[in-house]
Design a protein around this ligand. Structure first.
Ligand code: FAD
Length: 405
């Protein structure tokens, strides 16, 4: 085991620190209040090569790994960006880049990866459905093979697409982040209904779709926080896509999806410790200044220990995140470590933000100190991308407990 830091990690950390110094808490307070996408921040991430961290050099990326991505996210979050540090990287630069790099065809890699690395293409990821919820294997969005020759009444149209079969997509998704502005979505569908599939995880297929298709309608869901992005209901009606938009094998989309979910959870582990450290560091500074009984409030262990304890747990959770990311980068199974990192980082981070708010007293409730916003932001990490209960379900099963569902 070697804990000496790679020089590239120093570079990632210092780059993230200087970006966060430019786009600090005031910037995010304004974006949150205005409900505006942070265009300038997004572009700055592209300048720093952060959108291309996981993308091979031949497609314009920096060819690094999840360890570096986790470090970039945690540092951005902890140094002032809060949830945005993970949020603006996890879906496109994390999940979509990984999915296409690992499972895309050569044409898909050439078409999408250079644009992602340059910050010119935003992806949303369409997994959740109103009825299926956490049970992704129950998705009902259908992709049915249909030849244009057979269905089109217009002979010209039939000839135009006669060289390949198409799929027709229909369904409904919920909470799909960035779907109001993304160029593309990776859509999770069923090509075989669950009851007809050979195995539990068979029958799922992933498609890359264009969001400007007239068959797609998007409706933002008003939400608790993170209003510098929109998360939406997405209605998909008779969207036709050619076979070449399939990502991975037909009916074999489950495993490529799992490959994308682990980086997402590692990203949320980074958000848990990042937001937690941001709130805690801000509260520690406040607790050194603020005096009410002739001594700084931080001298009272009733103020310091409730922050120190989750801080210590965040440090251990960050190490587990590094281990999960390292395993992921070696191509090894990292499901257990990823879920341990996510669950513990989130638990410790939430406690750190809660106790930091307490240290601010009544001022913790004022928007000007930001801690109430970080509280709203970190609340997402216990609900998504996997709820804490489902992360602990996964860990329990790995420990040998029987599956409860
Ligand atoms: C702001 C935001 C952004 C999001 N962005 C995206 C996105 O971009 N793409 C996307 O696909 N999804 C996205 N999601 C969806 C998110 O991943 C889901 O909300 C989450 O997975 C939970 O699904 P659900 O809301 O349907 O809860 P449900 O599945 O209805 O679960 C409700 C509760 O029951 C618990 N529960 C259910 N089954 C079990 C069980 N077997 N054991 C123990 N507890 C159980 C759950 O843990 C949860 O607490 C987003 C959500 C939010 C809030």
């Amino acid at each position: 085991m070697n804990f000496s830091e790679d020089p590239s990690h120093n570079l990632i950390r210092s780059t993230a620190e200087s970006i966060a110094a430019e786009y600090g808490p005031e910037y995010w307070r304004e974006k949150e209040e205005a409900g505006e996408f942070a265009e300038a921040f997004w572009d700055e991430l592209a300048e720093a090569d952060f959108h291309g961290l996981l993308i091979p050099e031949e497609y314009g990326g920096a060819e690094m790994g999840m360890q570096e991505m986790g470090l970039a996210m945690e540092t951005l979050c902890a140094e002032g960006c809060g949830m945005a540090g993970t949020w603006y990287l996890v879906l496109t630069a994390g999940m979509a880049a990984v999915g296409i790099k690992e499972h895309g065809t050569e044409e898909q890699k050439e078409k999408y990866l250079p644009d992602i690395a340059a910050g010119k293409r935003n992806f949303s990821i369409g997994i959740t459905e109103p009825r299926a919820g956490t049970n992704t294997l129950n998705v009902e969005t259908r992709a049915e093979k249909d030849s244009a020759e057979e269905t089109s009444a217009d002979p010209a149209e039939a000839t135009a697409s006669a060289d390949g079969d198409e799929y027709v997509l229909n369904g409904e998704k919920a909470w799909i982040t960035f779907s109001d502005r993304a160029e593309n979505m990776i859509l999770v569908t069923r090509t075989t209904p669950r009851e007809e599939a050979d195995g539990r995880t068979d029958g799922i297929s992933l498609f890359i779709i264009d969001m400007d298709d007239p068959g797609i309608e998007v409706s933002p869901i008003p939400k608790h926080a993170i209003n510098y992005s929109k998360s939406c209901e997405v209605f998909i009606e008779n969207v036709r896509v050619p076979e070449e938009n399939l990502l991975g094998e037909e009916n074999g989309g489950w495993w490529p999806l799992v490959d994308m979910l682990n980086p997402e959870r590692i990203g949320f582990a980074a958000a848990g410790t990042g937001i937690g450290k941001l709130a805690a560091d801000t509260a520690i500074e406040y607790a050194n200044d603020r005096e009410v009984f002739g001594t700084p409030i931080g001298t009272h262990q009733a103020v310091s220990f409730p922050i120190t304890k989750p801080y210590a747990r965040m440090e251990t959770a960050a190490l587990m995140r590094d281990k999960a990311a390292w395993l992921y980068d070696q191509g090894e199974d990292c499901g257990y470590e990823t879920n341990v990192a996510k669950a513990t980082a989130v638990e410790a981070g939430i406690e750190a933000v809660k106790q930091s708010m307490q240290a601010f007293g009544g001022w913790g409730y004022a928007t000007e100190y930001d801690v109430e916003r970080w509280w709203r932001e970190i609340n997402l990490t216990r609900l998504a991308p996997v709820t804490q209960q489902m992360a602990y379900n996964h860990i329990s099963q790995q420990l040998g407990f029987p599956r409860s569902y």
